[in-house]
Design a protein around this ligand. Structure first.
Ligand code: DX5
Ligand code: ZN
Length: 215
């Protein structure tokens, strides 16, 4: 299992310490949540913060854009250090073009699905993307409860990926805990995002190690 702790749950006054902790941990990716106050009803952080995080780690920077018109900022996020750029299906009028743009900039391309968006919406684009991010809460806030129907979506997506003979990664984001992680792994998740589960834990590195070992 790839573990991608979300820095949204870190103490922003001690971001350097959070990066060092993740560098020492078994987490492979840093999950970076960008919110614009338009696509989602919240504003998080943006380019200057990601630029600094990029300098603080050699791990994969997995940037989750919860923003309208992501095409306007793709090049800037590449420059800031994103390795993977995920856009929302619901925010893209021309998803195919957006994906080509991201790949053309040398990043891996991800597409995120809100809880109400069927995985079947990706049937004609799945072969062009590197990762699908299944939202297991409504995007915009950390610390929410996992939506149980997500498991069926992960399962259906895994079947679609297998049917087409692809190796697209499945990332699950929102309300992931040590308790629900095994069911997600069994349904077919490859990457688990965890914000509050990691950062509110008494021993974040041990919690990351626990998530890493789920089967
Ligand atoms: C929510 C974000 C998530 C969030 C997850 O909109 O996309 O990445 O940080 O936080 P937890 O793990 O606390 O649900
Ligand atoms: Zn996220």
């Amino acid at each position: 299992m790839i573990v991608a702790p979300s820095l949204l749950a870190a103490n922003f006054l001690e971001l350097g310490k959070a990066c060092s902790m993740l560098n020492e941990s078994e987490a492979e990716w840093f999950h970076l949540d960008v919110m614009d106050g338009r696509f989602v009803p919240n504003i998080s952080y943006g380019l200057p913060v990601i630029e600094q995080i990029r300098k603080a780690t050699d791990k994969i920077c997995d940037v989750h854009l919860m923003i309208e018109e992501p095409e306007k900022y793709a090049a800037a996020f590449q420059k800031a250090g994103a390795d993977i750029l995920t856009v929302h299906y619901e925010a893209c009028k021309h998803l195919h073009r957006n994906i080509q743009q991201i790949k053309g900039l040398g990043m891996k391309a991800g597409v995120a699905l809100n809880p109400h968006t069927p995985v079947q919406s990706l049937v004609d684009i799945i072969h062009d993307i590197d990762m699908v991010l299944i939202m297991s809460v409504n995007p915009g806030f950390g610390g929410q409860h996992f939506i149980p129907h997500t498991l069926e979506k992960v399962h259906a997506l895994k079947s679609l990926i297998r049917l087409k003979g692809l190796s697209t990664l499945i990332e699950v984001d929102g309300g992931v805990t040590v308790e629900n992680a095994p069911a997600l792994a069994q349904a077919g998740a490859d990457v688990l995002v965890a914000g509050s589960t990691v950062f509110n834990s008494a021993d974040p590195k041990a919690t990351i190690a626990q998530l890493k070992r789920v089967i």
